[in-house]
Design a protein around this ligand. Structure first.
Ligand code: ADP
Ligand code: MG
Length: 300
């Protein structure tokens, strides 16, 4: 297939907003509850899907079954979280989605196309900001955009413009070592946001921050996301973070990890950080805790 045909096919598949099911929807529907399918959470085509993905490693000469037929997805404009305990396989799932590793079974699809094992199709924000220390803040963003195929001049202009927009214009010429942890994460998020990919995958982006900075960063991310509505898949072990930010949550648990449940978050948008006071928030938190507690019992 030529690149042009490839793009055309992509555009055609992206045009499934008329309610026709995209390829792969039938698979996902098996695990998706009725509320999500009838449009309560937006409906529409899956932008990113993992379809019955399984992964095994070998550790100390013994097989380690990490993921067991994990099926989940993100639609256009959706914020979806995966919560699960440490070591449940969340980062492994992201490596499979990013094409850095291949699943033993199952497929990864983007806009209905099989992309299993292919790299460079999602934008990714890691737990540690991973900025190049020898590049300025602006160069860190601009170089990532240039690698993604954006003209160098345009990349630099975009970086400058967006740093201004998030109130970090005066740090454009600074080096990462001169920034606080929260500021580094903002730069890292901006880099992921500006890379022209349909889906952003954020792997515990706030886990390394202190509690206060983390709360501020969640509020900041909410504001940015509600203004731009990119499709996001966020991995976190914080139930509160998942509820505050997400349209839907997949609870991952057990060993090997399976999707224990898919939960729509009924809170209205725009979300406010003080929503944890609301009864619906508390009920959801209890439900997820109970689920994860039960999956823990299963391991014993
Ligand atoms: P999480 O991100 O949910 O904390 P990970 O995906 O990092 O979990 O890891 C899941 C499990 O897989 C852990 O038990 C981890 O030790 C194991 N694991 C991850 N990568 C490898 C690897 N390359 N080889 C062997 N075991 C691995
Ligand atoms: Mg991890």
């Amino acid at each position: 297939m030529t690149e042009r045909e490839d793009r055309t096919e992509h555009a055609l598949r992206m045009g499934h907003a008329d309610g026709t099911e995209p390829p792969g929807a039938a698979n996902l529907a098996e695990q998706t509850d009725a509320a999500a399918r009838t449009g309560e959470t937006g409906g529409g085509a899956w932008l990113l899907e993992t379809v019955a993905v399984s992964k095994r490693y070998v550790r100390d000469g013994r097989p380690l079954h990490v993921l067991d037929r994990v099926t989940l997805g993100v639609r256009e404009g959706e914020f979806v979280s995966i919560v699960g305990p440490s070591g449940s396989g969340k980062s492994t799932l992201f490596r499979l989605i990013g094409g850095v590793e291949r699943p033993d079974e199952g497929r990864i699809r983007i806009a209905g196309r099989d992309v299993t094992g292919r790299r460079g199709l999602i934008s990714y924000m890691p737990q540690q900001p991973s900025l190049f220390p020898w590049l300025t803040v602006r160069q860190n963003i601009a170089s990532a955009l240039a690698i993604a195929g954006i003209d160098r001049k345009k990349a630099a202009a975009l970086a400058t413009e967006w740093l201004e927009r998030i109130g970090m214009g005066d740090t454009a010429g600074a080096y990462p070592d001169e920034l606080s942890g929260g500021m580094k994460q903002r730069v890292s998020f901006l880099r992921a946001l500006l890379v022209p990919r349909d889906v952003m995958c954020l792997d515990e982006p706030f886990a390394a921050l202190d509690a206060l900075t983390r709360t501020r960063m969640q509020a900041w991310l909410l504001k940015q996301w509600e203004a731009h509505r990119r499709a996001v898949l966020l991995v976190t072990h914080s139930i509160e973070e998942a509820i505050l930010l997400s349209d839907r949550i997949y609870v991952l648990g057990g060993a090997p990890a399976t999707v224990l449940r898919e939960i729509p978050v009924p809170l209205p948008r725009p979300r406010r950080p003080d929503m944890w006071n609301e009864p619906a928030f508390g009920r959801l938190r209890e439900d997820i805790l109970t689920l994860l507690g039960r999956s823990g019992e299963r391991d014993d």
